[in-house]
Design a protein around this ligand. Structure first.
Ligand code: AKG
Ligand code: FE2
Length: 348
């Protein structure tokens, strides 16, 4: 079996004036999007200092007493902001509720904003953990990182557009007014036989949106399904690198030319693991219809046009529904159906 790795692309070359350098980045992006939709980038625009600060903020939040975390429960909102307890989700059918806790942050959208008034996807004010000694510092570090990640997303989407032989600004309209959600995640340690016991940090799933950018701490655990070799690839944390992957929306948009791939986390390291994914969903009203360079007479569009809002609102429910059933005593029945093959559940 080949030595499988998620390749690292030096993205700094994309910012160069030298066309050959830029093209080299675009070619590597294309190659990985065609293969399994995952790559890592170094030399990107998010300063190391912001990465470190947001990671420290995540650790300080998860170290709070449970009651303090519950005060900012995600259940206080219908717009997906705040704290989610351990074992709230099951993304992979047949596995146990997931060993991860999370804190969801997005753009701070006031209640007077049309997105909130019209109940658009994941849109509303953030909740901030007042139990933290330095809540202002938490707000500042998380939002600084969020805004930098948004700006990097637009650079990545330009590279993606070029990789599809489109105008560099093809995705601009989709990104104007984009909904983007960031999750601070904490995975407690898991036993070495976690895989066989079907305990997951996060079960096998694909992401929903257009792209996801993930900052990992120095503890491994993320695995990407390699279809060609029928095996899991461990994503080794690389200081300063972000893992980038495509979600289901991008697969649909490209007529399945680009891949939205299955991945999972099992934290067998014996250490606490922290990670911070940022999901780019797009402008909720944007109509996603097959990209012209991804269809032809021989390969017509496979999917109907759909708005970002429609596509996203048909996600979520399934994984949370499963965890709910489990808590109601259905766990045994579900274990009996246990299946370690990756499933296609989406997360946004
Ligand atoms: O924590 C990780 O490394 C991956 C998280 C993830 O896949 C997700 O939140 O969708
Ligand atoms: Fe994911």
């Amino acid at each position: 079996m080949p030595d499988l790795k998620i390749p690292i692309i030096d993205f700094s070359e994309f910012y160069s004036d030298n066309e050959a350098s830029r093209n080299r980045v675009v070619d590597q992006v294309r190659e990985n999007c065609l293969y399994n939709g995952f790559f890592q980038i170094t030399g990107h625009s998010i300063p190391l200092d912001q990465q470190k600060k947001v990671m420290d903020s995540a650790k300080s939040f998860f170290a709070l007493p449970q009651e303090e975390k519950d005060l900012v429960s995600k259940d206080n909102t219908t717009w997906n902001r705040g704290y989610e307890q351990l074992r709230s989700q099951i993304l992979e059918e047949g596995t146990q509720p997931e060993l991860k806790e999370g804190f969801y942050i997005g753009a701070d959208i006031p209640k007077t904003h049309p997105y909130f008034v019209n109940k658009k996807l994941n849109s509303g004010p953030n909740q901030w953990p007042s139990g933290l000694a330095d809540v202002e510092g938490f707000k500042a570090s998380t939002m600084a990182y969020y805004n930098s990640a948004l700006s990097l997303a637009s650079d990545l989407m330009r590279a993606l557009a070029l990789s599809l032989d489109l105008d560099e600004n093809y995705f601009k309209e989709f990104l104007d007014g984009t909904v983007a959600t960031m999750r601070l995640l904490h995975y407690p340690t898991q036993p070495k036989d976690a895989d066989e016991k079907l305990t997951r940090g996060i079960g096998a799933h694909t992401d929903f949106g257009a792209i996801t950018m993930l900052l990992q701490d120095d503890v491994d655990g993320l695995q990407v399904w390699d279809q060609r070799n029928q095996t899991w690839i461990d994503v080794e944390p690389t200081p300063g690198a972000l893992v980038v992957n495509l979600g289901n929306l991008m697969a649909r948009w490209t007529n399945n030319k680009y891949k939205s791939n299955v991945h999972r986390v099992i934290n067998k390291s014996g250490k606490e693991r922290y990670s911070i994914p940022m999901f780019i969903s797009g402008n909720p009203d944007y109509l996603v219809k097959c990209i012209p360079t991804c269809q032809s007479a021989e390969n017509p569009a496979k999917y109907e046009p759909i708005t970002v809002e429609q596509a996203v609102s048909s996600s979520y429910a399934e994984s949370y529904g499963r965890a709910q059933l489990y808590k109601q005593g259905m766990g045994k029945a579900m274990d009996a159906k246990a299946n370690t093959r990756p499933t296609q559940v989406a997360v946004a």
